[in-house]
Design a protein around this ligand. Structure first.
Ligand code: SAM
Length: 259
């Protein structure tokens, strides 16, 4: 009869506790690789891993394409994000980076523009922290699309005590119209490419079309920019931004519709 091995006095081998990793949201600007900051570049080069969100795993995302241009030596791991479901679809992407964070690694998450402006990074970081609360989360600023468009078109967005609103027009110009009705301040419109003609019509109705500029695919193949009045004859790409300068003295007031 087989005898059982004698119990050992030695303590069972302990599973090593996960180490706290570091997750950095790296803003890589709107498209032009020259707009990646030195700090971002340094982090992309020194991080143990570089990851970037994609909607389809077999195609590079915008942020990944920018990283490839400034740090071609780095391998970029694609994180598939479905943008729906629990945790905004970020659960599987968060699971993907846990082994690296548990090994104490630094993971750089590349995101278009700035991580604090309509970025995928906050939701991704929240999904990671829900699983590994000890993870250190940091943010590196990036140049926003609206800043790039202001520079490319020489638009003074705000001056003195003027104010600025940032709205989205994914489902139409509703948010823009609310802002126009209550203020003559500057407005930036994001996510409004599909509704560019309606955005222009709302501005014209409030006497604010003159001076408004639009930029599509800034810093990317297919870039178009210029006066909104000239570009709004048809819908534009999702990556389109509109700048509406304040109603300044000598210019039409919010209540004076343009002819
Ligand atoms: C999900 S938000 C990302 C914003 C980005 N985090 C930022 O700081 O600018 C996407 C929107 O940003 C604007 N955008 C981002 N990149 C752009 C580009 N290269 N050209 C024009 N607009 C852009 C567009 O309005 C687009 O619909």
């Amino acid at each position: 009869m087989a005898s059982r091995p004698a119990p050992s006095d030695a303590a069972p081998a302990a599973t090593p506790a996960p180490r706290a990793g570091r997750l950095i949201g790296v803003g890589v600007g709107p498209g032009d690789p020259a707009l990646v900051t030195l700090q971002a570049l340094e982090t992309l080069r020194s991080a143990d891993r570089v990851v970037a969100p994609v909607s389809a795993p077999d195609a590079p995302g915008r942020a990944e394409s920018i990283v490839r241009q400034v740090a071609p030596e780095r391998r970029v791991v694609r994180l598939a994000v479905e943008m729906r479901g629990p945790e905004g679809g970020y659960g599987p992407a968060a699971e993907q980076v846990l082994p690296w964070l548990d090994a104490g690694e630094t993971v750089a998450f590349a995101t278009l523009g700035d991580p604090s402006i309509y970025s995928t990074f906050p939701a991704f970081a929240a999904a990671v922290r829900a699983r590994r609360p000890a993870t250190t989360v940091e943010w590196l600023p990036g140049i926003c699309a609206f800043q790039a468009l202001a520079a490319l078109t020489g638009t003074v967005l705000v001056d003195g005590t003027e104010s600025l609103s940032l709205v989205t027009a994914l489902d139409g110009p509703g948010h823009l119209e609310e802002v126009l009705a209550r203020s003559g301040g500057a407005v930036v419109v994001y996510k409004g490419g599909r509704h560019l003609p309606a955005v222009a019509a709302s501005l014209a109705a409030r006497g604010r079309l003159a001076g408004a500029v639009a930029g599509e695919l800034l810093g990317l193949p297919g870039q178009r920019l210029g006066p909104l009045a000239e570009l709004a004859d048809q819908p534009a790409a999702y990556l389109s931004t509109v700048l509406v300068p304040p109603a300044r003295s000598g210019q039409p007031t919010p209540d004076a519709p343009e002819p």
